[in-house]
Each structure stands twice: as C-alpha cells, then as structure tokens.
Design a protein around this ligand. Structure first.
Ligand code: PMT
Length: 407
C-alpha cells in the first residue's frame, strides 16, 4: 500500500478514540494518511495525537488555509486514493446523504471522485432508525462502501450492534478494496454488453417497448472497462448515459440487436446480455400511421429470435452471461433459462422486489451456473453488483484458460 494516499475522516462519537489506533495501523501498512477531524471528534481526541501518528498536519477547519498555493479541501480530495470515514456518526452519514458541506470533512467528501468507505459507529437504535437506514441506502446507491459495525459492548451500556469495527479489520478491508480496484482481471479481453429495452415499431409513431433504462448494462460496461477490457455496448432504448471509454452501438429492435451482436460475437471473449429484449414483435409494421377505426384493434405478434439462445448454441471460446427478469420463483426460472440458453452464468433479478430491477440504481441479483446458485448478492448499487459478477466471471475464464493450456 506504499504510495497510496488515504484521507481519514474522524467524526464526533466516542469511537473517535479508536481513530488513533486506526491512523497508526494505516501508517504502519504504508499509507500516506491525512486526517480530517470534525468539531465533535476534537472533543474526544486531540488533533495533536493524530498529527503525531500520521506525521501530517490535521485538518479541522475549511477556512484554515495554510498553503496559499492550493485550496485544501480540493487538494486533499484530488490526491486521495480513498477516503475513509471512521468512525462515522449518524449525523455525518446524514450530511453525506444530503450533500451538505458545512465542515472540512463533508466539503472534502463532496469534492472527491475516489472510493469512499464508511465505518459507522453508534447506538443500535440509532443504527436501526429508518432515517439512518435510508441514508445508508442513499450512500450505497452512490457506491459508497461500508465496513459494518460489530456487535458487542457499546459505550452507552447496550450489548448490541453498533461498535466500530476493530482497526485491524478496517485496515484489512481498505487494503482489499484498493487491491481489488487495482486489479485488471479482464485486461486484453473483448467484452460485449447489451443494454436497454428494444423497440418494436407498429407504425412510424408507435412502438412496443419496456421499462429498461440501460443502467444495468451500462454499469456492467463500466465495470468491464475498469477491469481492463475493450468494451462494446449494443444499446437499445435507454434513459441513462453510457460510461466514457466504451464503444456504443445504437440499435432499435430485437432484430437490429441480433445483427449487431452477431457481427461482433466471434471476436468477443465475454458477452453479457443485460438488455430487455422483446419476445414478440408486430407481424406487420405499417408504413403510415395506423388510423383510428372501430372499437377494437387486433395486433398480430410473432416471436423474435432469442439472441441469447442463438449465442449459446453458437459459442466456442466465449463466456456467456444471461439475465433473467422475473417476478417470482427465481431459482426455477433462472435454472431453466441458464440450461435452455446454454449460458455459463445467469444473473436473475426479481423485478417486483423493492430496490431491484428496472430503472433503479440498485439491484438484488442471484448468480447461477449449471450446478445451481453460486452467490446471492444483497441489495447493492448496479456498479458494485457488476464488479462482483465480472470478478467471478473473470476468475472462471482464467480457470478455463488455465485448464485448456494444461496448467
Ligand atoms: O436497464 P435497467 O433499467 O437497469 O434494468 C435492468 C434489467 C431489469 C433490464 C436487467 O437487470 C435484466 O433483468 N435484463 C434482462 C431482461 C430480460 O429480457 O429478461 P428475460 O428473462 O425476458 O430474458 C432472459 C435473457 O434472454 C436475457 O438475457 C435477455 O437479454 C435474453 N433475450 C430475451 C429475448 C430475446 N428475444 N433475446 C434475448 O437475448
């Protein structure tokens, strides 16, 4: 971890005293540690303690600009590889969720583009309070990561969940997060992702589509890019914006998507079919606007080609991940789709579940392979779910390559 810069934000709870041990262990692990303390934190422990342990100046006041050549909160945010808020009080968590910047720590957090990790510590009833739960969910949607509090003797006398994780646990978690971010497990691989909802035209002004926003597909494309892959997204109708650094091919119908995918299939190593593709399309697409006539209008629909199944039947070296959007009996339908469409992995989401499915920033995904359930991911941002899925896929691709090479 030498050469990595960590901003350690200490906030005003009794666990602030553990900030000293945490700071010391981070320095011992090789991090360049810069500490920001809130006013509340300074009531529990002195900045001098943290300055001595970090061997860097400690920041407590946004307006105390010691170096005229920089703006401190921007400079700190820019040079951080990771910001760790530990202990994080309910108050600071609420400010982060609301985007409030009224002290040096929250101002720096707003200016940061690096990973943010929060280690909450508070009384168990505060931790379970709906406001705190909601604020933690808001932060999770923004891909903030958490180091869960531990269960044990709390300063208030309760024996319950809420105690700051031990400094050793926090340092190990931070090191793991940074190491994971640095690995490029898909380096040199070509990844094809489909995103969004297909559009099947009835006439020049009307169409059949679905609620897919493209968020899931774009999160997967972003994760694949971060993992070092060369990424192409075949995107149908979307409301979200694609990530930078990936090639985007726009399509409309299931047939357009099939054509675009087939063109690139042979040269791809990994294909992720996150798009919501129409199963049926109108038999006739009227060339002019369909006029109103009579009380009923019968639309005749015909099956589209199942792109995933076509890929499954044709694949050679490719690793194929399908999705299943269900509204119940997830395990049954997921395994059926995995087998029928010859997928290597299948990601199933119950789109009727709170926090999952269409147009949300979070998802709840269950991952399967031919032997059954691999992992049930908890509710997490689509970004983090994508990273987890691709970490597993990259590992399995590497294992398969190793076996083929006789290693
Ligand atoms: O885009 P978001 O708003 O973020 O929403 C994400 C999502 C809910 C769309 C996504 O998580 C998801 O579940 N995508 C799959 C949607 C879907 O079409 O599921 P399905 O169970 O109907 O189809 C199963 C699989 O077959 C899917 O991989 C699908 O891409 C594929 N398929 C389906 C029909 C078809 N003609 N060709 C296909 O390739």
């Amino acid at each position: 971890m030498r050469g990595k810069t960590i901003i350690l934000g200490i906030t005003g709870g009794i666990a602030a005293y553990k900030g000293a041990a945490l700071c010391s262990k981070l320095v011992q692990a090789g991090f360049d540690v810069h500490v920001i303390m809130t006013e509340g934190a300074c009531k529990f422990i002195t900045p001098l303690t943290l300055q001595t342990l970090s061997r860097n100046p400690v920041y407590t006041d946004t307006f105390d600009e010691r170096d005229p050549s920089v703006v401190s909160h921007i400079d700190l945010a820019d040079k951080a590889d990771l910001i760790l808020v530990a202990p994080a009080t309910a108050n600071t968590i609420a400010k982060m969720a609301a985007g409030i910047a009224d002290d040096m720590l929250t101002t720096t957090l707003l200016a940061a583009t690096c990973r943010i990790v929060v280690a909450p510590a508070m009384n168990v009833h505060m931790y379970d309070h709906p406001a705190v739960v909601r604020n933690l969910n808001v932060l999770a949607e923004r891909s903030v990561m958490f180091i869960e509090p531990e269960t044990g003797q709390l300063a208030c006398g309760y024996v319950a969940k809420g105690r700051l994780a031990e400094p050793e646990t926090i340092v190990a978690a931070v090191a793991d997060i940074l190491a994971e971010d640095e690995r490029k497990p898909l380096l040199g691989k070509k990844v094809l992702v489909t995103a969004g909802g297909t559009v099947e035209r009835l006439d020049p002004v009307r169409y059949l589509t679905n609620d897919s926003s493209g968020k899931m597909g774009f999160a997967l494309a972003e994760a694949a890019r971060d993992f070092g892959a060369e990424v192409t997204v075949i995107a149908a109708r979307t409301s979200a914006s694609p990530p930078n650094g990936v090639a985007v091919v726009r399509v409309e119908s299931a047939q357009d998507m099939l054509d675009a995918v087939m063109e690139r299939f042979d040269s791809s190593d990994l294909i992720v079919k996150a798009a919501a593709v129409a199963d049926y399309r109108p038999v006739v697409r009227a060339s002019s606007k369909i006029k109103k006539s009579g009380d009923r209008l019968m639309l005749e629909l015909e099956k589209t080609t199942d792109i995933l199944q076509t890929l499954g039947e044709r694949k050679t070296k490719q690793y194929l991940i399908g999705f299943a959007a269900e509204t119940g009996d997830l395990d049954h339908y997921a395994m059926d789709k995995l087998q029928r469409k010859h997928c290597d992995m299948l990601a199933a989401n119950d789109v009727s579940e709170e926090g999952a499915g269409f147009n949300k920033d979070t998802n709840i995904i269950r991952l399967y392979d031919k032997s059954g359930l691999i992992e049930a991911l908890p509710i997490m941002s689509k970004r983090d779910a994508s990273r987890r899925m691709l970490t597993i896929a990259a590992q399995r691709m590497a294992d398969r390559e190793g076996k083929e090479a006789g290693r």
